[in-house]
Design a protein around this ligand. Structure first.
Ligand code: ATP
Ligand code: MG
Length: 444
């Protein structure tokens, strides 16, 4: 027996007391049946938007779909009058929205069977066997898939998104129809594609989602640069690679420890420059991708613009791809390690390390190595050392006092010289040691 939280039951009661029909629908019923957490509650009602607003004047309504949004407690309630849709001519928007009289009509215009179940608080209304598909872990279109994807092409990628979030497969007829109609996705705005694609990346099964996009032909319309990577081989003598570039990128995504969507995006794009830098030496058979990170940087800038990323998102994506080839040699100087931190930016350091981890595991390598561990330790250590003169444990006053000199150029020069010694590792940044060092300048 499904149980609704008290706040939701009370909400339903207010409508019923006013003689309106109301049902919990969509993702909320689906997630209740799956025992998943629900924070966004979708409702369908016989009330009109105006009538809903009379009951809940705090509601917010400015939407062409007639949805009234109400924030109660920490939950979001979205109430939509029963709908029936008119004709679609542009694969995006119904030409006009018409209200329906019954919940059954409303359910018939919903996208997938598992999203087309209604619950009135006591019984489930499930005309399309959504519960059977939930049991089978299958995404199936309501009715004729070709017709449904032609009405609204966003459903093509919503199917993949739901499958990735729920760990479901897509039912065969629906799957074949997605492949057949994949080109229609180009009718959808990049913002809406991005929102769904980012949900795929953030889901529990992002690599399966991207592989499905590839296999269904959707990827070639969304990120053609990634699509071509699946035909770029990289197995060659003396190289550790076991996968083609595309499979490697998807495997890296699978193992990316970060939940951050931009870090995951960077992970699945990091080698994107390999498609145009591929070279195979005729004699040795050796495959190389010189400067692929430079080419890749240009490519992800374009992808970021296409996906309408914010300035910060773009900056992060570009930096992670641009610097993903960093070396972790024990022979690097502290200065080089610091330069690495400055290049990436402290705020993205963990993301960069997560990408490297994903890159390693996604190539079939061990998760770490002693060099990688040493490098991570050095990142912490060098950050304890000063980056700027102001971080030294001494300052100009100490110099003037010990040397008995007045403010001037000389004070700065002495600090700079000591700073260099600390940065190069010749001196430790400890006050007693640096005070003693100032004494050396007495002789000069
Ligand atoms: P979640 O909220 O977890 O992202 P959801 O399934 O609730 O998933 P919403 O976008 O909130 O997704 O949509 C609510 C419901 O509206 C869906 O469950 C579905 O029944 C219906 N719906 C949403 N988008 C479409 C669409 N493009 N075509 C048909 N029905 C749709
Ligand atoms: Mg929802």
């Amino acid at each position: 027996m499904l149980r609704l939280p008290i706040i939701v039951n009370d909400f339903l009661d207010i409508f019923r007391k006013n003689k309106f029909q109301i049902f919990v629908v969509g993702g909320a019923v689906r997630d209740l049946l799956l025992n998943r957490n629900v924070d966004n509650w979708d409702f369908a009602t016989s009330a009109t938007p105006e009538e809903i607003l009379k009951l809940f004047p705090v509601g917010f309504y400015n939407n062409k779909y007639g949805t009234v949004t109400i924030h109660l407690d920490k939950s979001l309630f979205e109430v939509t009058p029963f709908r029936q849709e008119g004709e679609y001519k542009d694969q995006r928007h119904p030409d006009k929205i018409e209200w329906a009289k019954t919940i059954e009509e409303d359910l018939s215009r919903r996208d997938f069977t598992i999203n087309a179940i209604a619950f009135d608080g006591k019984k489930l209304i499930d005309p399309y066997q959504g519960q059977v598909n939930l049991e089978q872990k299958l995404i199936s279109a309501v009715g004729d898939p070709d017709k449904r994807f032609n009405e609204d092409a966003l459903r093509l990628i919503r199917a993949v998104r739901l499958a990735s979030e729920l760990g479901f497969l897509i039912e065969e007829k629906t799957r074949l129809s997605i492949a057949k109609n994949a080109h229609l996705i180009s009718k959808i705005s990049w913002e809406r594609i991005r929102d769904e694609f980012f949900k795929i990346l953030s889901s529990n099964h992002p690599s399966e989602g991207v592989l499905f996009l590839r296999n269904s032909g959707l990827l070639t319309f969304i990120i053609p640069e990634l699509d071509v990577c699946f035909i770029i081989p990289q197995k060659s003598p003396k190289r550790h690679h076991i996968y083609d570039v595309g499979t490697h990128l998807v495997m890296a995504l699978k193992h990316c420890p970060s939940k951050d969507v931009i870090t995951r995006f960077a992970t699945v794009l990091h080698d994107i420059g390999k498609s145009s830098t591929f070279r195979r030496d005729d004699k040795s058979g050796l495959i190389t991708f010189y400067n692929h990170e430079v080419v890749g940087t240009f490519m992800v800038k374009k992808i970021a613009d296409r996906f309408r990323l914010s300035k910060n998102q773009k900056d992060k994506l570009v930096k992670l791809v641009q610097h993903h080839q960093f070396t972790v040699s024990e022979l690097q100087t502290d200065k080089a390690v610091r330069r690495f931190i400055t290049n990436i930016g402290k705020e993205y350091l963990q993301d960069m390390l997560d990408l490297r981890y994903a890159d390693r595991v996604g190539s079939g390598a061990t998760p770490t190595s002693w060099r990688f561990e040493l490098f991570k330790k050095r990142l912490i250590d060098v950050q304890k050392e000063p980056f700027k003169i102001a971080d030294l444990k001494i300052n100009g006053h100490d110099v003037m006092k010990i040397l008995g000199i007045k403010p001037g150029k000389k004070v700065g020069e002495i600090l700079k010289s000591i700073f260099n010694d600390v940065e190069e590792g010749r001196l430790k940044n400890e006050r007693s040691i640096l005070l003693k060092k100032i004494e050396d300048f007495k002789k000069l």
